[in-house]
Ligand binder design. Structure first.
Ligand code: FES
Length: 88
């Protein structure tokens, strides 16, 4: 299994254990960590997260991403990862 460390999303800091078969967005939802999202297809950008450590398999998307940013709906963990909210 892979570990997703969630750094202070919705006031929670916790570790989730996943198989890496589903998007990070879906994994978070299944662990009751609710993240902003809308399209679930890499179009709207509302699910942007920071990848603080580890690697993900990121599918193509229409949203321009800065270094370290990922879309929770388009990324699956391939190693243990740590994620956090982007500073606006
Ligand atoms: S939910 Fe729209 S880009 Fe992820």
């Amino acid at each position: 299994m892979l570990k997703i460390d969630v750094d202070n999303i919705n006031g929670k800091t916790e570790s989730l254990y996943v198989y890496g078969e589903q998007s990070i967005l879906t994994e978070l939802e299944e662990h009751n960590v609710i993240l902003n999202h809308s399209c679930r297809q890499g179009h709207c950008g509302s699910c942007i997260l920071l990848l603080l450590s580890g690697d993900v398999d990121h599918q193509e998307c229409l949203v321009p991403l800065s270094n370290g940013e990922i879309l929770a709906c388009r990324a699956k963990p391939v190693t243990d990862i740590k994620i956090g909210l982007r500073d606006f």
